[in-house]
Design a protein around this ligand. Structure first.
Ligand code: ADQ
Length: 826
């Protein structure tokens, strides 16, 4: 059984010493730990290697052995780094060179030869820990910019290994990247992987541009795959990371998060609290009095140009007429997050729209990080000062514009802050993805709550219904903030529903599955051709969203569900039925399930769903577009089934008798011999014999032989999936068409699809389809993403999978495909 070896700078667990001298581990928060952690926990054969975060010099050998043991129980292998190694590799090259450079902060980047050498040395140390663990067939998944040399180091030792690498931060433009003195070595290091992943198509394009510029001798084929001199191929693609949507949705309803929200509502005067209103009103009255009288002790209110006077009156006059609002943001204090610019925009809004004074409160959670680095100290001082200035300038006696929190909070209070926010202000100057924006929307599941989002982060590609801003443009952010505060709850909710529907599909779990499935696909020979990449995926989603009428023609077995040994066990799961309902119930979508299954089974499994059904390769159909009847229809001109089955059935029965665990299935207009569960060699010999015997009789009876995956089937000549879908693909009704299938019978659909239609083959083998995916999971994810475009507010996340189940079935399907390639049975 192949294992997954995850390698990242930090382990997902941190250590806590107990009083009795033992150690316990607790899960770290943060994108990586929450995205891959559940996979690691549920796969008992997965290992995670990374820096432990502790200084080995502070512990005795015995203590270190105890620490190793504690980690081993969670299948983690700690790497201990000395202070010197950490300084050069982590603080130096990773954080002072690559981090600023990759975030377009070249002026902050430091290029030091010693740091580079230490970076190389520590990458080598990681390689030395990983190498002895690798067994044949293992998959190695390396994370992020700290370990860009590791893929090549491992490749040199294991030429056939399946290695993936994913970058969590942006990849810069070729112009910026080439300023790095070691840019070629870095590229070559990463190219040791079979799959190189980024959050967005733009970042993968930047990587390809750097490749063209710095290593022009490397051939890149039209599928975006680099042919490496050592014979391995490196594919480049985008995999936008998601969040554990359910976790945030649930945590938002935890009693702690709810209590926090209530507290914030009270403090900000959102709950009808008498004292708050009385105070603001009283201060306004005082300001009025002070302006009217020129000799009283409210001297600081006396001059007209003192803003407090105007502000207090303004605030008092609008008490009751305007509901109070809360703005929130959650960040690590980093120069990439755009905090000073954001604060300036907030200050400008109070200036330009004084009606918000006293009525909007900004909860700013900004936890300091990398505090020893001078640029971070400067940033902290700048943010402290700006918060102080705004609070000093605009505060009223009962109202403070900014609540500034610099502690690190755990997930429940963070969700409390998210839920309290009428507006989330997420304006990084540069960010790989930005999970905060997604977490905020999950906490507002089915509710209003408006997102103001920077167009400089990966999340902006997906969350297009947010108020998208240029974070450097203070006026633009100020206006967007004002508009976001003014938006009606209905409009805010309408915007959110679409974004939330997509986030429910593109979860952290599905991100993990997509990357690993793609890695399997690109590591298998011949599977990189026509691979459905993220740019294709996005183009399909875009065309779907813009279309007026859409046609989807989809095979079932092997396409929507993995092939299983006993056909009756391929019954659709509840999740799949929900997905088909979601996509098919849209009035502008005609979804046709096109199967070789008997029409009785199709009726049992799908008869109650809003989809058209084509059964027995076209011999039967029900509920097709334009049909007025709800009844099953038999195709015209078919030979009498009873007559010909009397001839064919006994021939097939003979095979079933000769080959243990094979069986014959009779449908209304087809007979099929299944041998998936039988010994491959015995079945193969019988298959050839059977074909020989059948060929002698079928032509005279108006029949033909079809071969599917481990099935030999006889059907009337006039039937094929291609024939059955012809009337629909030839009609002018559709401006979006897509056909999906996995075997020979589906090739007849691909053959009749017009050029403008999308055709997707599932699994390996020759095909007429334009694109290829690895397995049915990829199809359900694509359909779920399309379904999300027409989503209503659903309670349950769509196609969010339990890891273990998924991987068992995907493994099974994968083994099947490998089998299929070896035997000749398609
Ligand atoms: P990360 O820092 O791992 O960065 P990011 O997207 O910034 O991920 O999310 C930060 C996480 O930490 C979120 O889960 C958030 O709730 C939490 N968090 C942030 N500030 C906090 C605070 N002050 N207190 C408590 N919790 C806080 C890298 C890249 C990102 C990319 C992720 C995932 O830099 O661009 O989105 O990986 O790939």
């Amino acid at each position: 059984m192949s294992r997954l070896i995850i390698v990242s700078n930090r382990l997902p667990m941190s250590l806590q010493a107990q009083e009795d001298g033992s150690y316990t581990l607790h899960q770290n928060v943060g994108g990586l730990a929450t995205a891959i952690g559940p996979y690691h926990r549920s796969h008992k054969d997965s290992l995670w290697i990374g820096w432990s975060g502790i200084d080995p010099q502070k512990y005795s050998e015995k203590e270190l052995a105890g620490i190793r043991q504690a980690y081993r129980e969670s299948r983690c292998i700690p790497i201990f780094l000395s202070k010197e190694e950490l300084n050069g590799y982590y603080a130096g090259f990773s954080n002072n060179t690559l981090w600023p450079l990759f975030h377009d902060f070249s002026h902050e980047a430091v290029f030091r030869q010693e740091d580079w050498e230490m970076y190389r040395k520590v990458n080598m140390r990681f390689a030395q820990v990983v190498e002895p663990l690798i067994r044949k067939g293992d998959t190695i998944w390396i994370q992020d910019y700290h370990l860009m040399l590791l893929p090549k180091m491992l490749r040199e030792r294991y030429p056939d290994a399946s290695i993936g690498w994913f970058l969590h931060v942006p990849f810069p433009s070729a112009e910026i990247f080439r300023s790095l003195p070691w840019s070629r070595e870095i590229l070559e290091g990463v190219l040791g992987a079979n799959l190189i992943g980024f959050h967005t198509v733009d970042f993968s394009a930047s990587f390809l541009a750097s490749l063209h510029r710095l290593l022009p001798e490397l051939p890149v084929n039209r599928d975006g795959v680099v042919e490496m001199p050592d014979g391995h191929r490196a594919a480049i693609d985008a995999f936008p990371i998601g969040i554990d949507y359910n976790l945030y949705r649930r945590t938002a309803h935890s009693s702690l998060a709810r209590a926090m929200r209530r507290g914030i509502d009270e403090v900000c005067g959102k709950s009808p609290r008498h004292r708050y209103r009385t105070s603001v009103t009283a201060e306004g009255v005082a300001a009025n009095e002070a302006t009217a009288s020129d000799a009283n002790w409210w001297s600081h209110y006396m001059k007209e140009d003192i803003p407090e006077s105007t502000l207090a009156k303004q605030a008092a006059s609008s008490v009751g007429s305007r509901s109070n609002k809360v703005i929130v943001s959650v960040d690590r204090l980093d120069y990439t997050k755009g905090l000073p610019e954001r604060l300036q925009a907030f200050g400008r809004m109070l200036d330009k729209y004084p009606e918000w004074v006293g009525h909007v409160t900004y909860y700013l959670l900004a936890t300091p990080s990398r505090e020893v680095v001078e640029s971070y100290q400067r940033l902290k001082a700048q943010v402290d000062q700006l918060v102080g200035e705004i609070n000093g300038r605009y505060s009223l006696l009962a109202w403070t514009p900014i609540h500034y929190i610099t502690r690190s909070l755990s997930i429940k209070p963070v969700c409390g802050i998210y839920t309290a926010g009428d507006v989330a202000l997420v304006t990084p100057l540069r960010d790989g993805m930005n999970l905060v924006a997604k977490e905020y929307l999950a906490c507002h599941d089915g509710r209003d709550g408006t997102l103001v989002l920077s167009d400089m982060c990966g999340a902006a590609d997906e969350l297009t219904d947010a108020f998208i801003v240029n974070p450097y443009d203070i006026d633009m952010v100020c206006e967007a903030l004002h508009n976001a505060l003014e938006i009606t709850p209905e409009e805010s909710k309408r915007r959110n529903i679409r974004m939330q529907a997509r986030l429910k599909v593109r979860t952290a779990a599905n991100w993990c599955t997509s990357f690993l499935d793609s890695l399997r696909q690109v590591s298998a020979p011949g599977m990189t051709d026509r691979r459905l990449r993220m740019d294709h995926h996005n183009a399909i989603v875009r065309q779907w969203d813009g279309a007026h009428r859409r046609l989807v023609l989809c095979d079932y077995d092997g396409t929507l569900t993995p092939l299983v040994r006993r056909p009756e066990r391929a019954k659709p799961t509840q999740a799949l039925r929900r997905l088909l309902t979601q996509v098919g119930s849209n009035p502008d979508v005609d979804f046709l399930l096109v199967s070789g299954r008997s029409h009785q089974i199709m009726q049992d499994w799908f008869g109650d769903l809003p989809v058209g059904l084509i059964a027995e390769h076209g011999a039967w159909n029900r509920n097709l577009p334009g049909s007025n009847s709800d009844e099953w229809q038999r195709a015209q001109g078919l030979p009498d089934s009873d007559t010909w089955q009397k001839v064919i059935r006994p021939i097939m029965d003979e095979s079933a008798t000769r080959v243990p665990r094979s069986f014959v299935e009779s449908k209304s207009d087809a007979v099929a011999w299944h041998y998936r569960m039988s010994d491959a060699q015995v079945a193969e010999q019988e298959r050839q014999d059977l074909l020989h015997r059948l060929r002698g009789v079928v032509v005279g009876l108006g029949l033909m032989i079809m071969e599917n995956s481990k099935v030999v089937e006889v059907t009337p000549v006039a039937t094929s999936k291609g024939q059955a879908i012809l009337p629909f693909v030839n009609s002018d009704d559709y401006d979006f068409m897509m056909a999906l299938g996995d075997d020979e019978t589906d090739e007849t659909m691909f053959a009749v699809m017009p050029d403008k239609g999308w055709t997707i083959k599932v699994g390996p083998g020759q095909t007429k389809a334009r694109l290829r995916v690895n397995d049915p999971t990829a199809v359900t994810l694509l359909l779920a993403d399309l379904g999300a475009g027409v989503a209503r507010d659903t309670d349950e996340p769509v196609a969010s999978h339990d890891f273990r189940d998924d991987h068992t079935v995907v493994d099974e399907a994968h083994a099947q495909f490998t089998d299929d390639k070896q035997g000749r049975d398609k």
